[in-house]
Write a protein that binds this ligand. Structure first.
Ligand code: OAD
Ligand code: ZN
Length: 230
């Protein structure tokens, strides 16, 4: 059975990373349009760097939770039959043990040089405009897909969705496109796991409500129980 899993901010909520839309409309005190667009970066790079430097720093205190661990367990069991796509820019899937994670919205722990186009694993701040290790220019930006930019690897995701027997969306509000449309691109069964109703709940074959740390391990147990044993 081929499975595509899409995760959103809800899977990392119980690891202490704030979601985007569950609080007061602000995003850790910032207006998303003032920090998450190419225009914002052009107008005020220091502000945008400060925001992402804070997010990158906050990652140090966060740990993967039972939901991330369950998806790593699923990958260990079914390998390439699982295609894991995340909208999250944290690295909690990797730290839980998932080896193949498609970060469609980029990664906090990656810096992208707009001068030479190289990407570098990056754990430190970018606000002081450090030199790019490849070209030594000072043109590193967070390797994050901002509003108005095209998510990474869309063709691969679309192909995986067409092939999948099951598409599962975990902890995503389904308001940001194109991820919000994946349920329509999927040709197999679809399942939503979310604390609350999302904008797309009615489009799924089945929708379950609850915290990711409970729903995801339970669902993975179900999948593994249904696999033929040798
Ligand atoms: P949102 O913040 O929009 O939605 C979070 C979802 O998680 C909501 O549907 C909640 O009901 C659900 N949720 C919250 N806590 C949960 C829990 N403990 N267990 C299960 N579900 C829970 O986050 P996303 O849908 O991921 O883009 O947002 C999509 C994109 O919008 C992000 O990737 C980001 C933002 O702009 C970029 O950074 C490019
Ligand atoms: Zn460079």
């Amino acid at each position: 059975m081929k499975i595509v899993v899409l995760t959103g901010a809800g899977i990392s909520a119980e690891s202490g990373i704030a979601t985007f839309r569950d609080s007061d409309g602000l995003w850790e005190g910032y207006d998303p349009m003032e920090v998450a667009t190419p225009e914002a970066f052009e107008a005020d790079p220091a502000l945008v760097h400060r925001f992402y430097d804070e997010r990158r720093r906050a990652l140090e205190a966060a740990q993967p939770n039972a939901a991330h661990l369950a998806l790593a367990r699923l990958e260990a069991a079914i390998g390439d039959d699982l295609y894991l796509v995340t909208q999250n820019v944290d690295d909690l899937h990797e730290r839980a043990g998932s080896a193949r994670v498609h970060h469609m919205h980029g990664e906090l722990r990656s810096a992208w040089c707009t001068a030479c186009d190289d990407r570098h694993v990056w754990h430190d701040p970018l606000g002081h405009e450090p030199a790019c290790p490849s070209c030594e220019g000072s043109h590193l930006r967070p390797d994050i897909v901002w509003f108005g930019e095209v998510p990474y690897g869309m063709e691969v995701i679309e192909a995986a969705l067409h092939e999948a027997d099951l598409f599962v969306a975990i902890g995503t509000s389904a308001v940001v496109y194109p991820a919000a449309a994946f349920v329509h691109w999927a040709r197999g069964r679809t399942l939503e796991l979310n604390l609350d109703e999302s904008a797309a709940s009615e489009d799924f074959t089945q929708s379950r409500r609850g915290p990711a740390t409970e729903l995801v391990p339970a669902w993975v147990d179900e999948v593994l129980a249904g696999l033929p044993r040798d």
